[in-house]
Design a protein around this ligand. Sequence first.
Ligand code: GLC
Length: 616
Amino acid sequence: MPLLRTTRSLRTTVLAGLLLAGTAVVPLASAATATPLYKNPSASVADRVTDLLARMTLDDKVGQMTQGERGSATPAQAAAARLGSILSGGGSTPTPNTPGAWADMIDAYQRVATTTGLGIPILYGSDAVHGHNNVAGATIFPHNIGLGAANDPQLTQRIGAITARETAATGVKWAFAPCLCVARDDRWGRTYESFGEVPDNAVANSVVIKGLQGAALGDTTSVLASAKHFIGDGGTTGGVDQGNTQITLDELRRIHLPPFQAAIAHGAGSVMISFNSWNGVKDHGNKFLITDLLKGELGFSGFVVSDWNGIDQIDGQTGFTAVEVKQAVNAGMDMVMVPYDYQKFVATLKAEVLNGDIPMARIDDANRRILTKKFELGLFERPYTDRSLQSDFGSAANHAVARQAVRESQVLLKNDGVLPLAKQDNRIFVAGKNANDMGNQAGGWTLTWQGQSGTRVIPGTTILDGIKAGAGKGTVVTYDRAGSGINSSYKVAVAVVGETPYAEGQGDRPGGVVLDAEDVALLTKLKASGVPLVVVTVSGRPVDISAQLPSIRGLVAAWLPGSEGAGVADVLYGDHNPAGKLSFTWPRSASQQPINAGDGKQGLFPYGYGLSYRRR
Ligand code: GLC
């Protein structure tokens, strides 16, 4: 009498008992076959997941829901804990920081993971938010605020595809991107990660997900996207990072939800939960948001990942607790970016299942969501890096696309005819801390979490490089950061000012976003020289420049252009007629924050504003 012909309820009870006891149960029907069903690529993903789940112990399942940072788990430790995912936090890189070393590192995790236990490959994640920005030599694209101004979703999708190819080339198959936040207060340090102050910009550019995930997740050049951060990160009171978003459900739906609806329509494979609170309740523990709204009403079928140690914020006390683990997982969290104390997390989660506080059904649902994406990515068949993709890593062709994105993202805010610059027989004086600094023009999330200043920290061209290269016969270009040497022999001065790199809360400016003392002094000096003045702002958001505006003849917002500062010069010389439009209202004063389209406030330049050259 074949054992399997028991009644379903009895079999289920037996199965559940064995599972809770931590014993793997191998369906007899599969035992007879040489290759387990889940390892059969011709089987349906759903069947492979079902077969694999039935073979998994509670330890296996709890491990799949756990993401550890590379610095806290060796391949052997990761496999011992059966971790489902490893990540690189911002700036967490192998040495040397090269595509080959990344591939060696990630393949080492895969080699151990796929040869122990059930052989479930890990999914490696990294913040590829404007190119594969943790890796030296990657093509660095403009941050989202510039792409919002460019308003060219097709180009954004292409950027996603190039980013995916350069990311997959290093073995990383999960990008924690795109950020689809709708930044409503520019004092927020993550404003530059937003496409715009209204949902339309993020909705339109969410198509980047199709670039990242490709025609099929299983394509060797595809990576899993992660729409983030769900939900309301850009709406906190005062623009405080990880603060409290105090708005009605209707406002939440109207302003912050549409980009995630678009992301789901584009097939986003994962969603990252936001640090902020909504009316005093941390998103990471909010079942209505994660389960009822995201998974239920929006029908999100991928998996939900926490942000960095985000569950630890639920009770406001330092150190995550069993209560927080229970609340987050029962709220619908599928994977937890712990990221360091993963042994404690694994033990805590297992205990919460064994004591009945977290139902096995929730664990199985989380695992089904995670494993489905791993099968769809083809990780079981191709766990190792496709190193052939490294052939065009950071290539000239990829940089050419970056330069086009820079051109299109430039917004011309003022021009009395001083622009475009004459290429020939000109005498151009270039000044400012951001004219010749690759680090400043790339901004945060570049090689390191916070980014860094430095003339040549990444390969590419500075704005000064572009101005020099574009100069024609009889033209002299002089550069001095502080403007020393400016005199009436020059026909035009170009001052490149703005912000230096930052990320997340370190970029919060409660007092508003203003020019620093160096920039103010420079503009004062140049104004005093009487030389016609062009100002270029390199910044993660609008900067209060009202006081200086009367003495500025031409004003261009360059945002954070990334690798190809020469794209800014293309606009200054008129090789590209500027067409960028503000995706953020430019304030008349820092004290106007928050200021957004339709709120009745009068900014210096409105949302959607941008000039072009009158063609002679
Ligand atoms: C950070 C960010 C998130 C990022 C994650 C991993 O704190 O909030 O955007 O993806 O941690 O680096």
